[in-house]
Design a protein around this ligand. Structure first.
Ligand code: NAD
Length: 473
């Protein structure tokens, strides 16, 4: 844990074991923080806040740029850490993404400005300024613990806030490495603090009266608990939550590319543990059989195994609890849908790790658990549809609304369906990783607030109006 410039290797709640999900073996022990450490970290952040808020913005920019350079320079180390604590193959790419986000928000540091607004009936000078909140709590999920720092910590710091991060219990080391680099970059002690631990540490931060804003990424149940706790102090909370994103593939589009997007993301990339992955593949009836064959063909040669090996495409899921939960979903889905790929744990050399095969179900009822609930594991659900209206109705039939995708070469159809989809991001004929330049976030129960672009910066600024009457009252 990092409080100001002091590293702690024990917490008031002791320590917990960090487990390598590829082997099931203990890697190290991590301090377990709680209300005691949360209080100290918030005090350190509060002490640093007045100076950081007044820190010259161009110097804030330069420190963040230096941090981005250090993240880039250490991308292989980040990759190694992600392989060990998360079972993630090719993890250095996330360091590249994170560095891009930090660079992007570094540039905003010296572009934050207010407005001068007209006033009537009283003639007045009224100007509006954007100010930091002070101390912000950032609570992150296991699957994107490093990316989340680029998406949350970078804009929070650029806006002049001090931050306390509570990383996920399964993957704290990418965050402590990020914090080490922040100190090395010259970001003053107390501006960024890290409290490792479980829900109690996160909850203590949310309930702390001096935390003025919370930015949370994680699951819907945790979000409900955080929103209830934050209600006590009326603390605003950004919530970036789960998804059940539909990928609508029409016969008139590049259905091979559509099949690839779902197969490789829902079933392979991060072992399917991605919030915006296209986990529901909706296919127009006339190309259904061809798409199913394509998905089978793509998944057959996937290399599953040691995430540290360059040839590995797919690693394990995060822990035993997740593995057991996902296997339960697969067993229940098999009672009503057609299992066409996978469905089992990996045995042999991989039996001690938490490996699940890429798994695909066909003929999935849109009202079933598999079609409605986020699995957060390597499981894809295929459903066929007859026409545009049915495709949109199925896509919008989930309470999640993070992202949606469609494949068609018909321009009119593409944009009219994009307008109908209840999702914060719509990808037409493809999906990129989320760049820092545009807003990303959920509709419906996928969350409130945005990350990325100017919207993501504004989440960390509050608005003050200063008013001076000039004429006769
Ligand atoms: P999680 O909700 O279990 O945990 C997230 C974080 O919240 C962890 O740091 C955890 O310790 C903390 N926490 C747990 N209980 C808490 C409490 N009562 N008070 C405060 N903090 C608490 O989520 P997870 O399993 O780590 O991540 C997976 C989820 O995150 C999925 O649902 C996924 O879709 C979602 N996610 C969303 C996005 C997005 O941008 N929308 C991105 C990545 C992940």
């Amino acid at each position: 844990m990092l409080i100001s410039d002091k590293w702690l290797s024990h917490g008031s709640a002791g320590t917990f074991d960090l487990i390598d999900p590829s082997t099931g073996l203990r890697v190290t022990e991590v301090p377990m923080g709680g209300p005691n450490e949360a209080g100290k970290a918030v005090a350190a952040a509060s002490a640093a806040a007045p100076a950081w808020r007044r820190f010259p913005p161009h110097k804030r920019r330069d420190l963040l740029l230096r941090l981005a350079d250090l993240i880039s320079a250490n991308r292989d180390l980040f990759g190694t850490v992600a392989a060990v604590e998360q079972g993630l193959p090719g993890g250095s790419i996330y360091a590249r993404h994170c560095a891009e986000w930090v660079r992007y928000y570094a540039g905003w540091s010296e572009k934050i400005h207010g407005t001068v607004n007209p006033s009537y009936p009283v003639d007045a000078l009224a100007y509006v300024v954007k100010e930091p909140y002070g101390v912000v709590a950032v609570i992150t999920p296991f699957n994107e613990s490093l990316s989340a720092l680029g998406m949350k910590v970078a804009p929070a710091l650029a806006a002049g806030n001090c931050v306390v991060v509570k990383p996920p219990e399964q993957t704290p080391l990418q965050t402590t490495l990020f914090a080490r680099l922040a100190l090395e970059a010259g970001i003053p002690p107390g501006v960024l603090n890290v409290i490792t631990g479980g829900p109690a540490a996160g909850e203590a931060l949310v309930r702390h009266a001096d935390v003025r804003k919370v930015s949370f990424t994680g699951g819907i149940r945790t979000a409900r608990a955080i929103l209830k706790a934050a209600a006590e102090t009326v603390t605003p909370v950004v919530t970036e939550l789960g998804g059940k994103s539909a990928n609508i593939v029409f016969a008139d589009g590049d259905w091979q590319a559509g099949a690839r997007l779902s197969a490789m993301n829902a079933c392979v990339n991060i072992a399917g543990q991605g919030c915006m992955f296209p986990t529901r593949l909706l296919v127009e009836e006339s190309v259904h059989d061809a798409v199913v064959e394509e998905v089978r063909r793509l998944l057959a040669p996937v290399t599953i195994g040691d995430p540290a090996d360059d040839a590995t495409e797919m690693g394990p899921v995060i822990d035993r609890t997740a593995m057991d939960r996902i296997m339960g979903v697969i067993e229940r889905a098999a009672t009503h849908s057609k299992l066409i790929v996978g469905g089992k744990r990996r045995g042999g050399d991989l039996a001690d790790g938490f490996f699940i095969e890429p798994t695909v179900f066909d003929d999935v009822d849109p009202d079933s658990e598999l079609a409605r609930e986020e699995v957060f594991g390597p499981v894809l659900a295929i459903t066929s549809f007859r026409d545009d209206a049915e495709a949109v109705a199925i896509a919008n039939g989930s309470e999640a609304g993070l992202a949606a995708y469609l494949y068609t070469d018909n321009l009119r159809r593409a944009h009219s369906i994009a307008r109908e989809l209840e999702a914060g991001t719509v990808g037409i004929n493809g999906m990129t990783t989320v760049p820092p330049t545009f807003p990303f976030g959920g509709y419906k129960q996928s969350g409130v607030g945005r990350e990325g672009g100017q919207d993501g910066l504004l989440e960390f600024l509050q608005t003050k109006t200063v008013y001076v009457p000039l004429g006769e009252a």
